[in-house]
Write a protein that binds this ligand. Structure first.
Ligand code: PLP
Length: 367
């Protein structure tokens, strides 16, 4: 059953408004994993100031933002493609590389499958194993690489939060090189992690010419309505993706915001510290006060399994009536009707959620 995930994702406030009959602005949204600090204030002011520049076309080559991203990531301009969100980047990878078979490790972000199927690819799959903290068995992953033209890996993975070690990433990339498989590493949530966990093959792209790294700027800078993401890969691959991109698909305001947010280092540090502290707090509170299973992982969200007689859809309904949105994970391959995901937000918002969870769980066990 899809209550508020009518289009397959969290963060759909219009559907929530229609289902729960509350104004969209009234909801506390834990169903999308967006920076709870909101966009940096300076960037919002700048957008207002520059609004009139929408009378011009945006730079079709995204030159200024590309230059800034190349400095930040220590790669050259021609190793970057900027897209209308990481979602457009994923679609351009599929359009540009034309894989006939795509390998997925379930559970994973639903757009990988949806877009692959839409573009005519056949899906191969294996599952993250509960006993391996949702990582796949290495021999199954090797088979997936062997049988697929392109494999997606979430790092950290949505919705499990699985983060691979550098040794694992190198092993997977080496295997993909042997099997001639494109490896897409989706790092949409990596910016929320403490710096020592920013484990990435970015500086090894020269050796791994078949690896593409996808990043999102919508989550960390809280601009999902503006849309901005990028791909990092060998120039030859970037060229193939660029050839499929609609000119001006990245709009003027998104480019202005993207150039400005990259100066906001303090905001990034504050976000990382908040997520680290609140993640531990929420995880511990749920485990201790509700006894539910919180899966290990490393991201600005938690995947939780309800261990009482309460389905995630029922919990979602009862919280929705209270103006709180969570993401039911029942529709993810490899998860169950007892599973749900919550974003990590501010202490005050997290306390509201924890209180509501306790109330609903308590109601659920009344005779
Ligand atoms: C794993 C993952 N990758 C990519 C995206 C798309 O992000 P964007 O908003 O940048 O298109 C999402 C959005 O939820 C996601 O969860």
């Amino acid at each position: 059953m899809r209550l508020i995930e009518k289009y397959g994702h969290g963060g759909d406030l219009l559907t929530a408004h229609q289902v729960f009959n509350k104004a969209s602005g009234e909801f506390l949204d834990f169903s999308a994993n967006i920076n709870p600090l909101g966009p940096p204030a300076k960037v919002l002011d700048l957008l207002k100031e520059r609004l009139e520049t929408i009378v011009h076309y945006p730079d079709p080559a995204h030159r200024v933002l590309k230059q800034k991203l190349s400095e930040r990531n220590r790669v050259s301009d021609d190793q970057i493609l900027i897209g209308n969100g990481a979602a457009e980047c994923i679609s351009l990878i599929l359009l540009g590389l034309q894989p006939k078979t795509v390998g997925l490790i379930y559970p994973c972000f639903s757009e990988y499958e949806q877009l692959s199927v839409a573009f005519g690819a056949k899906i191969n799959s294996c599952y993250g194993k509960l006993e391996l903290d949702f990582k796949p068995d290495i021999s199954e992953l090797n088979l997936l690489l062997l049988e697929s033209d392109l494999v997606f890996i979430g790092h950290p993975n949505n919705p499990t939060g699985v983060l691979y070690t550098m040794e694992e990433l190198v092993q997977i990339a080496e295997q993909a090189k042997k099997t001639n498989t494109y490896l897409v590493i989706d790092e949409a949530f990596i910016d929320f992690l403490p710096k020592q966990l920013h484990i990435t093959l970015l500086q090894k792209l020269e050796r791994y010419r078949h690896v593409l790294i996808v990043r999102s700027m919508t989550k960390i800078y809280a601009i999902p309505g503006l849309r901005l993401g990028y791909v990092l890969a060998h120039p030859e691959l970037i060229g193939k993706l660029q050839a499929k991109q609609v000119t001006w698909s990245v709009n003027q305001m998104a480019l202005i915001a993207g150039e400005a947010v990259l100066n906001e280092r303090e905001y990034e540090d504050e976000t990382i510290a908040l997520v680290k502290e609140q993640r531990n707090y929420v995880k511990q509170s749920i485990e201790e006060q509700l006894g539910w299973m919180v899966f290990p992982g490393q991201a600005n969200f938690l995947l939780i399994r309800i261990t009482d007689e309460l389905a995630a859809a029922e919990l979602q309904w009862k919280l929705g009536e209270r103006g709180i949105l969570i993401r039911s994970c029942a529709m993810y391959q490899g998860l169950t009707s007892q599973d749900f995901r919550i974003a990590i937000r501010t202490k005050k918002e997290n306390d509201c959620l924890l209180q509501a969870l306790k109330e609903v769980a308590h109601e659920g066990i009344q005779p």
